[in-house]
Design a protein around this ligand. Structure first.
Ligand code: NDP
Length: 298
């Protein structure tokens, strides 16, 4: 292996420390804690784990956490009414509706109802539009965390060739916008892209957000490329790993032999997502309370 391993766990821990420091000064200035509300509908076990860890992390960095657990058969109108209530609540700076929602609910309508000033997931049309326009706003946590790791590793990204594999609203599209805003030359690849390996081989920066275990191989990479592996995939159980091994969208062993730097799975992008959620909540809190926060402070 020649690549440097990008330690997302350590970077995220540092970001959480900074968030906790700013959360304390925010509380002094605003006379209240910054607050994050998380809404979970239904009993999905993975979502329950995510919501619990978000609540714990919020409290750990000195912010207020409000959890709303609604039954699986919650009606659309009741969920919308809760979002309206949280929009109006001055103690709530960030609203996160845990996705996916049960199938009978209209996810897009629920997301669109969130006040863009409290849209810490960055998924409302206003947040998405502001990102595309290059205006300040709240940006989805996973791509913003990925960008932080890239800038920490590479410094100025201007002029670099970046290939983002995946075009989801949650990861691929906002990632491409963020890299474009850094003056990268950006290619977005997806399931219809022809000769994907050749496309990826041009890139100085590769961001893989596909959801296909170990798809990107080392011989797809330009030597020295920086690889951000967003994927989280659980392989089928084996005798050694009865719960199944967790792998990314990149074949780590072969990629690490060619890349200049690479994020591992787990311990790369994953820990950044919650850290950036906390950061977004605090940024929103400063704006909502009219407390100044220096550009780039967090
Ligand atoms: P989606 O399923 O929404 O999007 C996957 C994208 O990959 C689509 O744009 C799809 O293309 C593209 N794709 C699928 N197959 C191929 C292929 N063979 N070649 C090229 N492109 C392909 O996934 P998400 O964006 O939500 O998530 C991607 C991965 O990131 C998942 O593993 C997920 O678990 C992980 N993730 C990790 C997070 C973290 O905190 N680290 C947070 C969020 C996601 P098309 O549009 O043409 O269908």
């Amino acid at each position: 292996m020649s690549a440097a391993v990008i330690d997302g766990k350590a970077f995220a821990a540092g970001l959480r420390v900074r968030v906790a420091e700013y959360a304390a000064t925010f509380e002094q200035s605003a006379g209240r804690k910054a607050g994050l509300a998380v809404v979970l509908v239904g009993e999905d076990p993975a979502s329950q784990v995510y919501v619990a860890s978000k609540g714990k992390a919020t409290l750990e960095c000195g912010m207020a956490s409000f959890e709303y657990k609604l039954p699986d058969d919650t009606a659309q109108d009741d969920l919308i009414a809760l979002v309206d209530q949280l929009n109006a609540d001055p103690m709530v700076d960030g609203i996160l509706v845990q996705l996916p929602l049960p199938r009978h609910l209209d996810e897009q309508a629920v997301v669109e109802r969130i006040d863009p000033a409290k849209d810490v997931d960055g998924l409302t049309p206003v947040s998405t539009g502001r990102l595309a326009l290059g205006l300040p706003g709240l940006v989805p946590c996973t791509p913003l965390g990925s960008l932080m790791l890239l800038k920490d590793r590479l410094g100025d990204l201007s002029g670099l060739d970046a290939v983002v594999i995946g075009r989801s609203i949650l990861v691929g599209k906002p990632m491409a916008q963020l890299l474009l805003a850094q003056s990268c030359t950006v290619t977005i690849a997806h399931s219809r892209t022809k000769n994907l390996a050749d496309v990826v081989r041009r890139a100085d920066i590769v961001v893989a957000a596909v959801g296909r275990p170990e798809m990107v191989k080392g011989d797809w990479l330009k030597p020295g490329a920086t690889v951000i592996d967003v994927g989280i995939n659980r392989l089928p159980p084996t005798n050694d790993k009865p719960k199944g091994r967790l792998v990314g969208d990149v074949d780590f062993a072969s990629a690490a032999a060619v890349a200049g730097a690479i994020t591992p799975v787990p311990g790369g992008v994953g820990p950044m997502t919650i850290a950036v959620l906390l950061r977004n909540t605090l940024v929103a809190a400063h704006r909502n309370a009219g407390v100044p926060l220096a550009d780039g402070a967090l």
